[in-house]
Design a protein around this ligand. Sequence first.
Ligand code: GDP
Length: 232
Amino acid sequence: MGDHAPGGRDEIAPPSDDEAAPDQDAIEAGRVLFAHECRFVASAATEDSLPSDDVPEVAFIGRSNVGKSSLVNALTGRSTLARVSNTPGRTRLINFFALPGLMLVDLPGYGFAVAPKDEQRRWHDLVPRYLRGRAGLKRALVLIDARRGLLKGDREVMGLLDDAAVSYQIVLTKIDKLPMAALGPAIDELSRELAQHVAAHPHIHVTSAQKSLGLDILRASLAELAGPAASR
Ligand code: GDP
C-alpha cells in the first residue's frame, strides 16, 4: 500500500516538516480561520446520514477522555462544540462542525477494553466506513494523551487509517501534565514508531488545551488544508 489513494482523495503528502515552524503568515491564516463562527452542521449515526463531503474535512479521533472535546473547544475558542458533542446520545455519533472552507469532524471516542459490546460494534460499523469512503477527508488527527503514549486501541486506529489511505497526524494532548524532560524522549519514541506507518505524517503536534500550548501551530496547519472559502 502507499502509492495509491481511493477515489478522489489526494495522494498522501510526502514527509515535510514545514509544520514544525510555520511562518507568521501561516499562523495568522490559522488565527483568522478559527476566529470565524464554528457552526454545528449535523450528527450522523449511519453512513447514509453523513452530510455531503464537498468541503475539505479534518477528523479528530482518540480514546475516550484523551481531551478531544477540550482541544476542539480550545482551538475554536467556543464551548458550543463540546456542548454538542458531549450531549447524551451524541458522543457515539459523528459530529460535523463547519468553519469557512473546512469541516471539523468529531469522531466518537474509543476505549475498546471497557466499552460494552454493542457500543464497540456500533463504533466498528460506523467509523471505518466513514474513514474509507470520504473523498473530502484531508487528514485525521489522532489524539494521544502525552502521559500514556500509544495504546492498543490507538495502534488499531492507526492500522485502520493506513489501510484506508487516510493521511493522519498525531496530536499529543495534556502536555502540561508531562514533566518537561520527558517530552523529548516521548516524541522520539513515537516518531520511531510512526516511521513504520505509511499514512502517518512525520510531524507530531504537542498541545495543552488547558494551558493553550501548541494551538496556534495546530490552527496554522489546519488552515493549510482548508478550501477557498477560508480566504474570503
Ligand atoms: P474527551 O472525552 O476526549 O472529549 O476528553 P475531555 O476533553 O472531556 O477531557 C477529559 C479530561 O481531561 C477532563 O477532565 C479534562 O479537564 C482533562 N483535560 C483535557 N485537556 C486537558 C489539558 O490540556 N490538560 C489537562 N491537565 N487536563 C486536560
